[in-house]
Design a protein. Structure first.
Length: 116
């Protein structure tokens, strides 16, 4: 049974930093991508960042480029999202996902709140 466990959300002042992690476990699988969507009140869900597991190629939505960095630990099947220079508009529930050979799975979500 695939499990995704997220951690690292919280409350931070504007300009601060947070680091999210997402660990995938359960069975034998091959990871293709991992990443995070976010969902803010009144807004559509958007893909924030993702990483290709084989070569580490990252994707970022324009609004976070230069501030967020996604990385991975292949041995631990864990992805990390380092978020710097946070802005109030980054406030959202961040949802981790994994795409692997058995399909797409989601984490439980973690709240990130940035105060001005």
């Amino acid at each position: 049974q695939v499990q995704l466990v997220e951690s690292g959300g919280g409350l931070v002042q504007a300009g601060g930093s947070l680091r999210l992690s997402c660990a995938c476990s359960g069975g034998t699988f091959s990871v293709y991508h991992m990443g995070w969507f976010r969902r803010a009140p009144g807004k559509e869900r958007e893909l924030v960042a993702a990483i290709t597991w084989t070569d580490g190629k990252p994707y970022y939505v324009d609004s976070v480029k230069g501030r967020f960095t996604i990385s991975r630990d292949n041995d631990k099947n864990t992805a990390y999202l380092q978020m710097n220079s946070l802005k109030p508009e980054d406030t959202a529930v961040y949802l981790c996902y994994v795409d692997h050979n058995h399909g797409r799975y989601w984490g439980q979500g973690t709240q990130v709140t940035v105060s001005s």
